[in-house]
Design a protein around this ligand. Structure first.
Ligand SMILES: [Fe+2]
Length: 596
């Protein structure tokens, strides 16, 4: 049975292909269209998935969309009418912004793909999140907690998943919390208040939180009231997202916490405002962690299960995930590499296959590499056309030894290997790698390549079996770190030697690299360790600010040429910019740069 899963029209559209229960391909539209967080109907991603599977649209048995458009329509209309007349001005805009073409999804899918309407299915949004979290985990029985901004009505669900001995599976969602009560919206409202872009700047809030003290915890905790049945309600007088499209927080919130930050206000931590913003970030982060731990702890007690699968955009918060692992009572916490809406393309397809059609369950390989391949031959062609020399390593050993030597000597390396990652994180197939030891490397990357705020930390990658030597990991921590889903302390004795990847509060969002899953990247870490004594590399996503992560070799090459990356590696092919620069006559490089 051939099933195409689609998520679209909000942010991070994606497509996924399942053939006879096996995941064949999955990719975000942004990696194809090169438009960051591309929310449009993912025609490019669909086309690529079908091509990878050798299929035409007519071959598909089912196409499944990751939420129920009419339910969402109902929520938006009801919410707007409830707030009438206060919201009447924002009504048409809210409809446009939140709904886009969604109501007509069946028609859109049918006309774009030319598949009959009866082959088009819908899952609920949080069913897709839950399926993406549970079916992609190796767990046989797990509690499931999903949390995001909002889908149709649900913003948080709890339930359980089971793989039975007879091959059958089930996903039961027991309870849900409904819009406008939403931990995701709480966090996003503070993302907006702190002057960052919603759905993009949540990482910045988490990064900024480490610089602050949670002295506004009481005020923010007051906005979240726990209810007798173990759920919560937001005090809506602090928020405006449910009544208008222009602003998510209300005047009352500003009266309580002081003026919001404008997007271009510099964050000077020496100033009163800068400290206040950092303290507010620390406070909302703490409140989010406390609420998530509270909910997870109750779920652990209720289900008596050892495993928790976490889904939804809130599961991208690595500090909260680590606290859940530490404090909720669950022994293992699984977060898929794409817990947000992009991963819903996979989740919807798995849900339709396993639950709706009752097809036999199959393990989903435990890795994030489902996207287009990067081709060394393409790199060679593009580089030669551009006049740069290409080297080809005779084998993997020679490749990793060469690259490890360059990294140990201070080079910044663009590293592309095999299929691209699904989800927002580069996990060794589309990564920029560098020595993690000194702060000057962090500053150099921020200045020459990533152009981003210095309060956002870089992440380390370490062989999974050596992770505990450098990081303080609770039981289950290595597993949570597999896809960079948890933030953990760097052991104090290693902080000075891992300064470029240790955040101001002594933590790091590490990737624990498994030898089986990423053999070449794992070998590179070992080779680097043999040279420097520390098998840890700085690993940041291979993209420039404002651009999506690179997908094909030609995009890697373009990024390499426009940034301070020294060496680009695709498969076994290497291009070294420094060699080209040293052989260029003085002045020539500048002229070429100016002409290009
Ligand atoms: Fe979602």
């Amino acid at each position: 049975m051939k099933i195409l899963g689609i998520s679209a029209h909000y942010h991070d559209s994606a497509a996924a292909l399942l053939v006879d229960g096996e995941l064949v391909a999955a990719v975000q539209e942004e990696r194809i269209s090169r438009r960051k967080h591309d929310p449009s109907f993912p025609l490019g991603a669909i086309e690529w998935c079908l091509e990878r599977g050798g299929l035409e649209p007519a071959d598909l048995d089912a196409v499944v969309f990751y939420e129920k458009p009419m339910l969402k329509f109902e929520r938006i209309v009801t919410t707007a009418l409830r707030a009438f007349p206060r919201s009447w001005k924002s009504f048409p805009r809210a409809m446009q912004a939140s709904l886009g073409g969604k109501v007509w999804v069946r028609g859109i899918i049918s006309s774009h793909l030319d598949v009959p309407r009866k082959k088009i299915y819908f899952t609920e949004h949080h069913q897709a999140h839950a399926a993406a979290a549970f079916f992609a985990s190796p767990s046989r029985a797990a509690a499931i907690l999903t949390a995001d901004g909002v889908g149709e009505w649900a913003t948080l669900t709890v339930g359980r998943g089971e793989r039975r001995a007879d091959g059958g599976v089930s996903i039961e969602i027991d309870r849900e919390i409904r819009f406008p009560h939403s931990l995701g919206m709480l966090y996003s409202s503070f993302t907006a208040y702190l002057g960052f872009e919603v759905n993009e700047g949540e990482y910045k809030v988490m990064g900024l939180a480490s610089y602050g003290r949670p002295r506004f915890r009481e005020q923010i905790a007051r906005m979240v009231r726990r209810t007798a049945d173990g759920a919560f309600e937001l005090d809506l007088s602090y928020f405006d997202y449910h009544t208008r499209a222009e602003r998510s927080f209300s005047r009352r919130l500003v009266d309580d916490l002081g003026p919001a930050r404008a997007p271009h206000d510099p964050i000077d931590l020496e100033s009163d405002d800068g400290r206040r913003w950092a303290d507010i970030a620390a406070s909302v982060q703490l409140v989010l962690e406390e609420e998530m731990v509270h909910l997870a702890r109750a779920l652990c007690a209720e289900t008596g299960l050892a495993d928790l699968c976490l889904g939804g955009g809130v599961a991208l918060n690595g500090c909260a995930n680590a606290r859940i692992l530490r404090d909720s009572g669950f022994e293992r916490v699984f977060v898929p590499p794409a817990p947000g809406d992009a991963g819903c393309a996979v989740g919807a397809a798995l849900y339709l296959d396993r639950v709706h059609f009752r097809n036999p369950d199959r393990a989903v390989p435990d890795h994030p590499y489902w996207g287009p391949d990067a081709s060394g031959a393409e790199l060679a062609r593009v580089a030669r056309e551009d006049g740069l020399a290409v080297e080809e390593a005779p084998d993997d050993t020679a490749l990793v030894e060469r690259v490890a030597s360059d990294l140990a000597a201070g080079a910044v390396v663009g590293w592309m290997d095999g299929a691209g990652e699904l989800g927002p994180r580069a996990l060794g197939n589309r990564s920029i790698l560098a020595a993690p030891h000194g702060e000057e490397m962090r500053d150099r990357l921020n200045r020459d390549i990533k152009y981003r705020e210095e309060f956002r930390p870089f992440a380390p990658a370490v062989p999974a079996e050596l992770a505990e030597r450098y990081f303080e990991l609770p039981p289950g921590g290595v597993r949570l770190a597999r896809f960079m889903s948890g933030v953990f302390p760097v052991r104090p004795e290693w902080r000075a030697k891992l300064a470029a990847v240790t955040h101001v509060d002594g933590t790091a969002r590490l990737q624990a690299v498994d030898r089986e899953v990423s053999p070449r990247f794992h070998a590179l870490l070992e080779a680097y360790g043999r040279r420097t004594g520390i098998p840890v590399l700085l690993n940041t996503s291979f993209n420039l600010a404002g651009e999506p992560i690179v997908s094909r070799a030609v995009e890697g090459y373009s990024t390499f040429r426009r940034s301070g990356i020294d060496l680009l590696v695709v498969g076994r092919n290497l291009v070294d910019k420094r060699a080209a620069q040293s052989s260029t006559a003085p002045g020539q490089e500048e002229e070429e740069e100016a002409a290009s």
